[in-house]
Every structure is written in C-alpha cells, then in structure tokens.
Design a protein. Sequence first.
Length: 148
Amino acid sequence: MALTTLAYISEARPGLGLRELKQILRRSREHNHRRGVTGYLVFDGTHFAQILEADDSVLDPLMLTIEGDPRHHDLRLLLREPVIERNFGSWCMGCANLAAPVHLDTSELRGLISDVIGQGRLALTDAVDFFQLFVRFRTPEQAALLSL
C-alpha cells in the first residue's frame, strides 16, 4: 500500500454553519480513525481547504464520498502525491474554523485561501506549509469551539 497526500479546495454551500461543520468533523474523525486517515480541514465560511493522508486504497473511495457531498461544490484537486511519512499524523481530522465568532483577526489567514484558489495546483511542500500555518494558528478558543 502506498501512502498518499491529497489536498483540495471547494466552495461551501451558502449558509453552511457551525452545527454542520461539527457534524462533518464528528463523522470524519470517527471514520478516519478507523481507516487510518489523517489530515486537516480549514473552513473560512465560504470555502473548504483540506489535506488528507492515507493509503491509496482508502483515499480513492473517500474522495468519491467527499465529491458527492452536497454541502460543497466546485471541488478542485490541488495535490495528490505519494509520500514516505505523514505530516499530519497526530490529527485524525484537525480543523481551523476561520468563520467562528472569535475575537481574532483572521483576515490574513482567509486571504491565504484566496491565494490558493488562484493557484490551481500546489507542490507538496507548499501544501504542507499552507495547512501547517493553520495548525499553528489553532488557539485554545478555536479548539473549544470545535470540541465535540
């Protein structure tokens, strides 16, 4: 089995809220833990950006499920590349919710998502760096909002 990293960006269905985001995270964490999937999800209120790490045999059916999810559309693959080791191994599904009602200025981070939308494809190092920015941004306040 080959370990692969995959990243995509998609546009959220208008009106998608915190309750639905929590449902996505709850189900993802349950399924990902059982299947050996790790990764990180970023939501800015308009777009999802996600990086996933798993064996190819797990990623292919998972992506079919993700592509068919009506809570988003216009999914664009940014990266799919074999890797030797995981970069998000401690996260069965981490999340940064930039649309959360916290007293933090997230405008620069939201701008990063707009930059990625314009790029099309990302190199592995660029994708990992992009998502690691959000991992480092994750504050106790953010974590408390998304705890399930």
